[in-house]
Design a protein around this ligand. Structure first.
Ligand code: ADE
Ligand code: ZN
Length: 334
């Protein structure tokens, strides 16, 4: 496998910006904001990152996010991630953020949004990384709270590509948020949702039929329902798959048992993403390296994954075409 195939231009479509908070930055921000952490060292934080399932991760993830308090904190977080993108051939990124994680502890919505969007603007101008934002609702909270979050965000609607749905999947089916997503679509926003990470195929059907999503985040459990696979293939609904995340959260017991190759062979529009890179052991390049080493992927599979990432992105046709031509050129010289 040529290493240059790993560095093909790519888009990242499933990254929670709060999940890119590295322990070093967690300590630096805690100190800057006069907060104490329940850990003695960066190494102790990393050692705590042993998860049994999604919930055991989310508990630490929400605790870690408390160090984010000022506009500068959100800027620094986003800027650090964009520098990783630039170093790893991620040319376009669509970033999730969880406003409720911050507004519920008294951080005003514009503080969060301004810090992130200023870093995105600098990323475009200084790093050449194009980007968009996806506002996610926390599904363990009520539909009323999600609706209130949407109403508060709509005056800033120009800053978002889409709304999404994340947090604890089991027991919080997409149907719970149908009215919120109806309202978001009526305001011209696209929709995506986490489904089929831990939850059953039925949650993927609900995301498609009730929330009318353009992409499914994770979706690896779709294989349990052949009719669902047929639908996803026929309509080329993208799956934003996160290999290292799935192993860290015990969706698969090891990377060699991940079903990504099988999903590709079924003809699904699979993309590779990092999810929460600071917590799961790597960004885009580390995810690509892990699947390349552990799964029987062909050179064509790697090109397909890069192409799919732009096909699935919320880009204009011209932008998409430009990126696909770059891939064709890069693949031709490997
Ligand atoms: N929030 C951050 N990462 C998540 C994941 N993998 N699933 C659901 N919610 C999340
Ligand atoms: Zn996620």
């Amino acid at each position: 496998m040529s290493s240059s195939l790993l560095t093909l231009p790519k888009a990242e479509l499933h990254i929670h910006i709060e999940g890119s908070l590295e322990p070093e930055m967690m300590f630096a921000l805690a100190q800057r904001n006069g907060l104490s952490l329940p850990y003695d060292s960066v190494e102790a934080v990393r050692a705590a990152y042993q998860f049994e399932n999604l919930q055991s991760f989310l508990d630490l993830y929400y605790a870690g996010a408390q160090v984010l308090q000022t506009e500068q904190d959100f800027y620094d977080l986003t800027w650090a991630y964009l520098q990783k993108c630039a170093a790893q051939s991620v040319r376009h990124t669509e970033i999730f953020f969880d406003p409720q994680t911050h507004t519920d502890r008294g951080i005003p919505f514009p503080v969060v949004l301004n810090g992130i969007t200023q870093a995105l603007r600098d990323g475009r101008e200084r790093l050449g990384v194009s980007s968009g934002l996806i506002l996610c609702f926390l599904r363990h909270l009520s539909a009323e709270a999600a609706m209130a979050t949407l109403e508060a965000a709509l005056p800033y609607g120009d800053h978002f590509l889409a709304v999404g749905l994340d947090s604890s999947e089991m027991g919080h089916p997409p149907a719970k948020f149908q009215a919120v997503f109806d309202r978001a679509r009526a305001e011209g926003l696209l929709t995506v949702a986490h489904a089929g990470e831990e939850g059953p195929p039925e949650y993927i059907w609900e995301a498609l039929r009730l929330l009318k999503v353009s992409r499914i985040d994770h979706g690896v459990r779709c294989v349990e329902d052949p009719a669902l696979v047929d639908f996803l293939v026929e309509h080329q609904i993208p799956l934003t798959v996160c290999p290292l995340s799935n192993v860290k959260l015990c969706v698969f017991d090891q990377i060699a048992h991940h079903n990504l190759k099988h999903l590709l062979d079924l003809g699904l529009c699979v993309t590779v993403n990092s999810d929460d890179p600071a917590y799961f052991g790597g960004y885009m390049a580390e995810n690509m390296a892990a699947i390349t080493n552990a799964l029987p992927l062909t050179s064509q599979d790697l090109v397909t994954l890069a192409q799919n990432s732009f096909k699935a992105a919320f880009l204009s046709d011209d932008q998409r075409q430009g990126f696909l031509e770059e891939i064709a050129q890069a693949a031709a010289v490997t």
